[in-house]
Design a protein around this ligand. Structure first.
Ligand code: NI
Ligand code: MN
Length: 228
């Protein structure tokens, strides 16, 4: 693994689906894509799934099979994915899995995790990702919890993807507190406006982040790609 000062291409596909591309590696996280079939232009080298709910598991299995790559998930979910014919990598809370780009640490999320038939799939997770020396945090679906502050013990966070939709996850007020705990250079709000139940004003969240924290907010539209 080499460290680099190169920027990472970040694409927000919608909802909680984000891809990170750098150095020939593409990580696709929570590939639920309501817009239709995931374009062939996305060729992940690793798919990551935070928990079993349909709006996160999404197209993970067909996408990974199509790309010929592995899926990283916490143990119980990984066992299910393996049963669906996917190649998997796995660890449990606190564990780091090494990859050519760095590592992924599986970290807690306060939520639940069930599969397409309502079956229990273990605990929901978030991912702390070290990509060529920089740290990214995808919180998955979670409520606010104070131990988020511990994540930056691994180093300063470059970018945090945080749910702000409320009802099922943190709302903007709790996500703002999460930003204070995490102190990322950048925060990208996710998991809002996909459905009427999670409608939120992301511009207002962005203004609050920039007024009340040292972080910068980046509100991305579905399909938008940025170098960060
Ligand atoms: Ni969920
Ligand atoms: Mn969700």
């Amino acid at each position: 693994m080499t460290e680099t000062n190169e920027l990472t291409s970040i694409k927000f596909w919608g909802h909680a689906f984000v891809s990170l591309t750098q150095g020939g590696q593409t990580l696709a996280i929570d590939p639920y894509y309501p817009a239709g079939e995931i374009p062939l232009s996305l060729e992940p080298t690793l798919v990551l799934v935070t928990h079993g709910h349909g709006d996160h598991l999404g197209e993970a299995v067909p996408l990974a099979k199509r790309a010929g790559c592995e899926i990283l998930a916490i143990t119980d979910l990984a066992r299910y994915l393996h049963g669906e014919g996917a190649a998997v990598r796995t660890a449990h809370f606190g564990g780091k899995v090494a990859f050519p780009f760095g590592w992924v640490k599986i970290v807690p999320a306060i939520h639940s995790s069930t599969g397409p038939q309502g079956q229990y799939l273990g605990e929901p997770a978030g991912f702390l990702i070290q990509l060529f020396g920089r740290l990214f945090y995808h919180a998955g679906d979670t409520a606010l919890f104070s131990d988020m502050a511990l994540l930056k013990n691994e180093g300063p966070l470059h970018c945090a993807f945080l749910p702000i939709g409320g009802l099922y996850t943190m709302d903007p007020q709790d996500a703002l507190e999460a930003v204070r705990l995490l102190s990322p250079a950048w925060v990208v709000p996710i998991h809002f406006n996909t459905f009427p139940q999670i409608a939120q004003d992301s511009a207002s969240f962005s203004r609050l982040v920039e007024a009340e924290t040292t972080s910068r907010a980046l509100v991305m539209s579905p399909g938008e790609e940025r170098m960060l």
